[in-house]
Design a protein around this ligand. Structure first.
Ligand code: 26W
Length: 797
């Protein structure tokens, strides 16, 4: 079924109809926002038809479905994604032009759905789009946060957080499903009744479902993202209101809504907050009930549930699904406990996204017993069953009064996967070594991927057009076809066109920077980009340290023929992460001094762009020359930004960490600026008592840069501002910034030298694009379908 046979005139009429009859707005008075909603509704009409067709086909075929449970879906904007996947760009562009409107301005009026922190949330969004493109029947389940990830701004270089109330305006891409609301309970007690455990909760809320259709390439299939919103069991308390207790009257509502009010902005450390556990149980329980409701409505026998439901746990955040599914099968449906455990395991599989100890969730047994008393009992039962099954095992599900959600997820899953080859190996050797020994065939690898529709076709139309002109359009849903570009890389005409696309993307970005940020950059300069959450293991401070050393070098020798460079940073720090916030402050302080330096600023500029999100990444990545992936080896589980940069022709400067290893293997060592210790060498180096001091002594550039920072060169009004940062780096330096500095400096010089030779550079960049097709999330999802879920694509009627 090909693209929608719709003319631009039809689209224009449909927009005008929605503007009038949906928004009650006369074209003469319509705002950009009104036009954007009217266009969204016009596109949505076409999308819904495909959605219904897919749902009908699924209900008819009753196939095994995928259920992707995730606390985060970092979706970004949806309008352009729908237009591109339905192949309506031409019609929408012409219709808007007829109405005197600019396509990009309308698209950019949409707020990002920032329902995630970073990599894990964005991966979930890419996966949903690939599942739809492949035609694999699936539901995504998550939380409809009223407030997404906070809005970031800077005050005197410091991060400021403001609420991101994206739902304050009409959201065109969701439908409330009043018929599938669920009642979710917390607290209370467990009693025994005729040999069965009965849990009577003390507190209850309603989980209301909001569905967003997720359309795939060419609109061939569409799946559903069902987000749960917490609502009070009983509305507002009129009696109290009448007694003048206005606040108290509204309290039940306010309390209930708290559960889905805001996304926790931490992306590494679990705070152990009760509300976070409530959020995790709320959406997990609502989703499992919905899955069982659908299964039973189709007349399935409970024991066959694993044949019809593949439930993927996106990290440990929904790991309570194990005990909850056992409770639903055993307590509520009378299945024998061991059979309930086996049946649940047959459905569940778990993805681990980090080895950082502080990110592996552990809940106090007290909190678990208080909030979910029956689950605490079942966790003990499951632990005992596992002990019986695995005599002599050393691992347990509880330790020091805490329940370990990683171990629970592993034990209750039939498959566990890492997100890059290196990460999966490290999982077997470290965090899950004991469990891996007990279950040697449970861990598999599924290296991450990204959707080429959003991250290439939509974000980089210039390069996409060149690719399609060169190899046809098959690459869009078969990305490994990009390797057909290989033949053209030695063709100067192709390389010129390739370079032209990058140059024009950079010019666009420079104009946007000037317009939005009031900053002027030279589009011919090397755009060196590090965009990701701020974290010590991602080593943004290594990048700024090298920048300070480079500045000092240029200052000492301005006439040495430096390659102009713009260092671009963006990323949010978790509000409670003090060190990360200091790194942001330092980068802004360095930028202020360097950008004002008349001697060096022609060769070196530093920018920290505020409020990094999906839309900013879509704008910046096509304009990037160099992709900074410089984490301490063994710390970045995979990375996905690295894949987006490679596809968009920005070679990587990076360590052998996460998926960098596989990117380098595929694009070729000469098209990757490698530096630094391997994960093994990191462990060895960390054992060297004063590894940082040794490194500093060995490299005067490093020493000089650290000294400048600690003496207040970038904080003249507060000289000691960065004493703490420098003390950490010259002392413990756990992430080995100093020990990797010299190798990083040398790699940067190699990149600079390559950039100075356009033919060499563009050839390397084109090799990255041609050889990175494997990093499509379509390939990743096909891996999950065969290795973990046992599901097959289904074609719509
Ligand atoms: C409990 C707080 C919390 C919240 C989120 C802990 C940990 C997380 C996520 C697992 C962090 C995350 O986003 N991890 C990233 O996942 C990506 C997708 O697999 C990987 O590419 C990144 O390497 C990994 O850091």
């Amino acid at each position: 079924m090909e693209a929608y046979s719709l003319t631009a005139a039809d689209m224009r009429d449909s927009i005008l109809r929605h503007l009038a009859y949906e928004l009650g707005t006369d074209p003469g008075h319509a705002t950009l926002h009104d036009w954007r909603i009217a266009l969204s509704l016009a596109v949505r009409d076409r999308l819904v038809d495909r959605w219904f067709a897919a749902n009908r086909a699924t209900r008819a075929a009753q196939p095994k479905r995928v259920y992707y449970l995730s606390m985060e879906f970092l979706i970004g904007r949806l309008l352009e994604d729908a237009i591109v996947n339905l192949r309506l760009e031409e019609q929408a562009g012409t219709a808007l032009a007829d109405l005197g409107l600019d396509f990009d301005a309308v698209i950019q009026n949409e707020p990002d759905a920032a329902l995630g922190n970073g990599g894990l949330g964005r991966l979930a969004a890419c996966f949903m789009e690939s599942l739809a493109t492949i035609g694999c029947p699936a539901f995504g389940y998550g939380i409809r946060y009223e407030n997404g990830l906070f809005r970031q701004s800077f005050q005197d270089g410091r991060q400021i957080e403001e609420p991101e109330d994206w739902l304050s305006q009409f959201h065109a891409w969701e439908f409330e499903r009043r018929d599938v609301a669920q009642e979710i309970r917390f607290g209370g007690e467990v009693t025994q009744k005729d040999g069965r455990a009965v849990w009577t909760g003390a507190e209850a809320v309603i989980a209301a479902a909001f569905d967003t259709p997720i359309i795939g390439w060419k609109g061939r299939w569409a799946n559903t993202l069902r987000l749960w919103s917490a609502q009070p069991l009983h509305g507002f308390d009129l009696a109290r209101f009448n007694r003048g207790e206005y606040a108290a009257a509204a309290e039940p509502e306010a309390l209930a809504r708290t559960i889905s009010r805001v996304l926790y902005p931490d992306d590494t450390t679990g705070q152990g907050k009760e509300l976070r556990l409530k959020q995790e149980y709320f959406f997990t329980a609502a989703s499992l009930r919905d899955i069982l409701r659908r299964f039973e409505a189709e007349g399935g026998a409970l024991a066959d549930l694993p044949k019809k439901a593949a439930i993927q746990l996106n990290d440990t955040h929904p790991a309570i699904a194990g005990p909850e599914l056992v409770r639903l099968l055993h307590d509520e449906r009378g299945m024998a406990l061991d059979e309930a455990i086996a049946t649940a395991r047959g459905c569940l599989s778990y993805t681990n996204h980090t080895l950082m100890p502080e990110a592996l969730e552990r809940w106090s047994e007290d909190l678990m017993s208080q909030l979910l008393p029956r689950h605490m009992q079942l966790i003990e039962r499951i632990d005992e069953a596992h002990a019986a099954e695995m005599p002599g095992r050393r691992v347990t599900l509880r330790e020091n009064g805490e329940v370990k959600m990683g171990e629970i997820a592993f034990t209750m899953a039939h498959k566990v996967n890492g997100v890059s080859a290196l990460h999966t190996d490290l999982m077997k050797e470290t965090v899950f070594a004991d469990l891996h020994r007990l279950h040697p065939d449970r861990i598999v690898n599924e290296t991450n991927g990204v959707t080429p529709r959003r991250w290439l076709l939509s974000a980089n139309p210039r390069l996409s057009r060149l690719i399609t002109e060169t190899i046809g359009e098959g690459w869009v849903d078969d990305l490994e076809q990009l390797d057909r570009l290989e033949a053209s890389i030695s063709d100067p005409g192709f390389l010129d066109a390739y370079a032209k696309a990058k140059r024009e993307n950079k010019q666009d970005f420079a104009e946007w920077l000037a317009a939005e940020q009031g900053v002027r950059v030279d589009p011919e300069a090397l755009f060196d980009v590090q965009i990701k959450r701020i974290h010590e293991y991602k080593r943004q401070h290594l990048n700024i340290l090298e920048t300070v050393a480079l500045w000092r070098e240029i200052k000492a020798n301005p006439g040495a023929g430096w390659v102009p460079r713009v260092k671009i940073f963006a990323g949010k720090a978790a509000p409670g992460y003090v060190f990360a916030k200091e790194i942001i402050h330092l980068i802004n302080d360095v930028a202020e001094v360097l950008n004002a330096d008349p001697v060096t600023s022609p060769y070196l500029k530093v920018l920290f762009l505020p409020n990094y999100n999906v839309s900013l990444a879509e704008r910046l990545i096509p304009a990037a020359d160099l992709s900074e992936q410089i984490s301490t080896a063994g710390k970045e589980a995979s990375g996905t930004g690295n894949m987006k940069f490679a596809l968009n022709g920005a070679p990587t400067i990076g360590t052998l960490d996460g998926a960098n290893v596989e990117i380098r293997d595929r694009v070729g060592a000469r098209n990757f600026f490698l530096f630094g210790m391997t994960a093994q060498e990191v462990e060895a180096r960390r054992a060297v008592p004063d590894h940082a001091r040794q490194a500093i002594q060995a490299d005067p550039r490093l020493g000089g840069a650290l000294k400048a920072i600690s003496q207040g060169a970038f904080s003249p009004s507060d000289k000691h501002r960065y004493r703490g940062v420098v003390a950490n780096l010259t002392g413990q330096d756990y992430f080995l910034v100093c020990s990797d500095f010299t190798a990083y400096w040398d790699a940067q010089r190699r990149a600079e030298a390559a950039f100075a030779d356009p033919a060499v550079w563009h050839r390397g960049a084109a090799c990255n694009t041609a050889r990175a097709g494997w990093f499509s999330s379509d390939r990743t999802i096909r891996g999950y379908m065969t290795d973990i879920w046992g599901t097959v694509p289904l074609a719509a009627e």
